[in-house]
Ligand binder design. Structure first.
Ligand SMILES: Nc1nc2c(ncn2[C@@H]2O[C@H](COP(=O)(O)OP(=O)(O)OP(=O)(O)O)[C@@H](O)[C@H]2O)c(=O)[nH]1
Ligand SMILES: [Mg+2]
Length: 359
């Protein structure tokens, strides 16, 4: 691994020097702001997952492009296989109710692989509801203390998917459930001043501890005092598309951390090709759930089913708005069916609470 330190007048200049020299795949290991001879400096230490010389960089690019080539080829093979298989997918052989449900899912953007799997099951029994085979692969594990016993919860996902807001909502939900619990919010997105202010502000307002994580050393320090906390939430920075989640965790010193669950934050807005890339990039044994965000802005929800099939991960929560209060709903399977088949968003927990209070 190539590690270099860059100094500039401010963080954006230092960051652009990092990108110029190491490329956009560089991982930030440390950021320091300090004054020297009356001048302010920002120093960033960054690592590139390759040897220093250009030839190795090229080799790595070759390896990456080889990997991409393999996936491209596999995608083409898959397409050809689907063309061969599709004529056998005789929807007319299903009961009308089953056929309509499958056709609906196809229009919703559910992938051919998924509809094929459902068809195989449905053709065995004309009375079978489509929810039966769907329910075997699309599962939920509602966010809350009861279902997630791990102390450390890490949020990851593509840029802008709603990681930071979801992290705060999840932490706040834990706090609401157990007001005396000691919760720590750790911000590993050290270069984003906006994220730091936002997380620190709400952590302090809610009586939670806030910590900045700039490097693997900070992670070690946090882990060494983990017994002080009942839950620790870590906001991971968005990484470049070629940096896989496992590698990113390793570089941050979290590769071997036990008692940790990673939650993948996604919104249904992305194109199918991007979802395929995400499922490869974020594939990790440490992933425990998916949080679906921006459902209030989506017009179809086929991606929710496709991703459940592709990753096998349960859905932990559904996010239905921009605010922090009443916008994160612990997921139940019936909510997913209403979302996919009726385009019906789950009720906000605030509305539910108001209803209960009124009763
Ligand atoms: N409409 C809507 N907006 C949401 C939802 N969840 C988050 N957002 C908005 O999405 C934007 C991005 O959210 P962030 O939490 O900053 O996303 P992020 O993944 O942390 O972003 P980066 O750290 O920049 O990668 C913010 O304006 C949020 O208010 C949601 O469920 N619905
Ligand atoms: Mg963020």
């Amino acid at each position: 691994m190539q590690v270099k330190t860059f100094r500039a007048k401010n963080s954006s200049e230092a960051l652009s020097r990092v990108k110029q020299t190491l490329g956009s795949d560089a991982v930030i290991l440390d950021t320091k702001n300090f004054s020297e001879d009356g001048k302010k400096w920002c120093e960033i230490t960054a690592a590139m997952d390759a040897e220093a010389d250009d030839s190795t960089l090229l080799d790595n690019r070759d390896a990456a492009s080889g990997w991409n080539e393999f996936h491209k080829e596999w995608d083409v093979i898959k397409k050809h296989m689907m063309t061969l298989i599709k004529p056998q997918l005789d929807l007319g052989s299903l009961a009308p109710r089953q056929r309509q449900a499958l056709e609906f899912l196809e229009r919703e953007g559910v992938s051919e692989g998924v509809t094929l799997g459902l068809f195989d099951q449905l053709k065995k029994d004309s009375r079978m509801s489509i929810l039966q085979p769907l329910g075997k692969c699309v599962t939920t594990k509602a966010w809350g203390w009861k279902n997630y016993h791990q102390k450390i919860h890490v949020l990851t996902g593509p840029s802008g998917s709603g990681k930071t807001t979801s992290l705060l909502r999840m932490a706040m939900a834990c706090h609401a459930e157990r007001p005396n619990a000691k919760i720590c919010i750790a911000n590993a997105d050290a270069l984003s001043g906006r994220t730091r202010h936002y997380l620190r502000h709400f952590a302090e307002l809610s009586g939670m501890t806030y910590k900045d994580i700039c490097n693997a050393r900070d992670i070690r320090a946090l882990l060494s005092e983990s017994q002080k906390f009942d839950r620790i939430f870590i906001d991971l920075p968005s990484s470049s598309h070629s940096l896989r989640l496992d590698r990113q965790l390793e570089l941050l010193g979290m590769g071997e951390v036990r008692d940790m669950a990673v939650h993948l934050v996604l919104s249904p807005h992305y194109a199918p090709g991007q979802f395929e890339l995400f499922t490869r990039r974020f594939a990790s044994a440490k992933c425990a759930s998916i949080i679906w965000t921006k459902l209030d802005e989506a017009c179809n929800f086929g991606a929710v089913l496709n991703t459940a099939y592709a990753t096998g991960l349960p859905v932990a929560a559904l996010s239905i708005g921009t605010g922090l209060r009443g916008t994160l709903v612990p997921a139940e399977t019936v909510m997913l069916w209403k979302l996919v088949f009726k385009h019906q968003l789950p009720d906000s927990p605030l509305e539910e609470k108001r209803g209960n209070d009124a009763q």
